[in-house]
Design a protein around this ligand. Sequence first.
Ligand SMILES: [Zn+2]
Ligand SMILES: [Zn+2]
Length: 345
Amino acid sequence: MKAAVFYEPNLLKIEEVEEPKIGPEELLVKVELSLTCGTDVKLYKRGHPLVKPPIIIGHEFVGEIVKVGYNVNKFKLGQRVVSANSAPCNSCLYCKIGKPNLCERLDEVIIGFTLNGSYAEYVKIPERIVKQNTFTIPEGTNPKRMALLEPLACVVHGNELANINLGDKVVVIGSGPIGLLHLWLARLKGARDVIVVDAEQKRLDEAKAFGATKTVLAKDEREVMEVMELTEIGADVVIEAVGIPQTWEKALLMCRKGGKVIFFGGCPPNTKASLDTKRIHYGEINLMGCFHHTPNSVLKAYELLSSGLVEGEKLVSKEMKLDKVKEALDLVSEKKAIKIAITMD
Ligand SMILES: [Zn+2]
Ligand SMILES: [Zn+2]
């Protein structure tokens, strides 16, 4: 079969590789399409310590079941499915205390990261994911929408930590696909204002089209002041979805006393940020890290997509063939497209 194999930073080859063999608890899926993701771009450009090349990347896929392991009862041949990229072990400490997103054995099973991924004609879904995080696609539902399951599941988890209330003023820093999904869920939760901050006007225009009530261009260090003017006392909730120390620091400065900052964007390894301690202490500001998804947030993401409450396909601005996956990742990294659907035929 044809697949996009990652060897080292900036070396991704379209190659003929062997079709995956499945075990008794696994599924083989013929990939219909697989969306580009920020993680794929980061991986392609700089690699990752957990990723052991050569490996097929890609993980936001939809496809048809073409082989069913003999112990799998939940799924049938020919069904169209979507799955998350990972699933927790359910036996480590973090799984037992109800934090499966922090599972100590998460790294063992991540499609497109530690296991071969979906920029390929076929992808294998491993046991843990079959059992916990795989869903059939309702007839007639847009496959590009359903393929957003994994990123939306992460955003649902962040949204739950943010605990947005009716009438809240919310700031989302970063207007990439993740920021736009946060904007969407904040509106669904009844936020009065969702102010989106980004360094590029084009991205802010996209945010407007997705329902941002106000947008702020991050320029000349004026964005904190502008957010303070718009909110008067600062936002109830600030969601950082960029992942650089400067925006982590600014997120805190945009939050009102007693408010909440969700650090959703992961910074590069060994990054340090300096946060205003006085503001945190006297303002009782809640700072929360946020990572990955849980089977619960994956299920909720599935409900949001399959019901049409989140029309995820609106984030997919282009379709390209598997041969063009490098070009697609470049386009996304240059911010010329929000997300691109890689098709396999
Ligand atoms: Zn992803
Ligand atoms: Zn675990």
